[in-house]
Design a protein around this ligand. Structure first.
Ligand SMILES: [Zn+2]
Length: 358
């Protein structure tokens, strides 16, 4: 992975510098030539030359800019630049700020841990369970498609064996039927692989996740454990994701940590796909932040099996820099345009009707 990173930097930087140099040299040469000719030539000819000299470098520059942008964006997908690192840090801060402003923001897990146990019949736990049951079918579908997408992205879908392994994993996800509330699980959710149709969900956790986006990200995490199953079918994918995460963050992501981080990655990607499929007037950054907010802790402790909550957010944004960028938008671009597009469709229909009438 280290080699891949350094070679990406090596090809990108010179290409960008060369492009800029060529443009600068071209335009200063044009200006010199223009000044010289203006002294000796008649006015109409000078005007003609002026038009030629101004138009040519401009169109050249535009052409260069277009091709350079294309090359830049394809390389940027594979590389992780210092600018990406800064974007990740800003996205972490934006996510946790958004949590404090959002009436449906999640409770951080360290706050959940400090709470007294919550009975199954408590209204907040009941509301959480209803939410979990309502979004479970959608989450199953999103998890299956996300696992497939990641397997392709990490080149783990190329052979017949790899494909059958992924297909078996997504079939296990489709078989999950039940969310069982549990007082003693408190701020945790878990699955027993010998009982792979049920997700056990602590009542404090059910109550602390106050949005569909947050609930989907946690359910998707558990469904990904079930997808991997007793066969450990997704182990190669978990390792590949952990390797990339470790290179980009410098964090130690081995053993069970690889699986936990990968489950979280599927969680945020599933939530993001849910947001994309269900546009609303709520700002996009706010809805995306909900998938991560339970990690906005003050007490940022890690253990052998898990990165600390804040390191988890960092690793997730580093793995999905596009998500970090979306969290940092002002909420008026991207998927939120969708409802507006619907309005555009209506207005064009309206225009059509006017045309017919006139
Ligand atoms: Zn887990």
């Amino acid at each position: 992975m280290r080699e891949e990173c350094s070679s990406d930097h090596g090809t990108r930087i010179p290409r960008a510098i060369n492009g800029r140099d060529a443009r600068a040299a071209g335009s200063s040469l044009s200006r010199r030539a223009f000044t010289l000719k203006l002294r000796y030539l008649a006015l109409p000819l000078a005007i003609f030359l002026l038009a030629q000299l101004v138009v040519t470098p401009l169109s050249f520059a535009q052409h260069r800019r277009v091709s350079r942008t294309g090359a830049h964006s394809s390389a940027a997908r594979a590389a992780f630049t210092p600018a990406d690192r800064r974007r990740v840090e800003r996205a972490i801060s934006q996510t946790c700020t958004e949590r404090t402003r959002d009436p449906f923001g999640s409770m951080p897990i360290d706050e959940m841990q400090a709470r007294p146990s919550l009975p199954v019949g408590h209204p907040d736990a009941v509301a959480g369970l209803r939410r979990a049951e309502r979004v479970l079918p959608t989450t199953r579908r999103l998890v299956a498609s996300t696992i497939l997408q990641l397997a392709k992205e990490y080149d783990l879908y190329g052979t017949a064996i790899a494909r059958s392994r992924i297909n078996a994993a997504t079939a296990r996800v489709e078989a999950v039927r039940r969310v069982r509330p549990d007082v003693d699980s408190r701020d945790n959710a878990s699955v027993l692989l010998r009982e792979p149709r049920t997700i056990e969900f602590g009542t404090i956790f059910l109550a602390g996740l106050r949005s569909d986006e947050a609930m989907i990200s946690v359910l998707a995490h558990e469904l990904t454990h079930i997808a991997s199953g007793q066969a450990d079918a997704l182990r190669p994918l978990f390792r590949a994701i952990a390797r990339r995460g470790a290179v980009r963050t410098g964090l130690r992501i081995q053993g069970q940590r690889a699986e936990e981080l990968s489950c979280d990655l599927v969680g945020v990607m599933a939530a993001r796909q849910f947001v994309k499929e269900n546009p609303s007037w709520e700002p996009l950054p706010r809805r995306l932040a909900r998938a991560l907010e339970h990690n906005c802790v003050d007490d940022d402790a890690s253990d052998e099996d898990h990165l600390s909550p804040r390191s988890t957010i960092r690793a997730l944004f580093a793995l999905d820099v596009g998500l970090a960028s979306e969290v940092l938008t002002d909420g008026t671009i991207g998927w939120l345009v969708r409802p507006q597009r619907r309005l555009v469709v209506q207005s064009s229909t309206f225009r059509l009707l006017i045309t017919d009438a006139s």
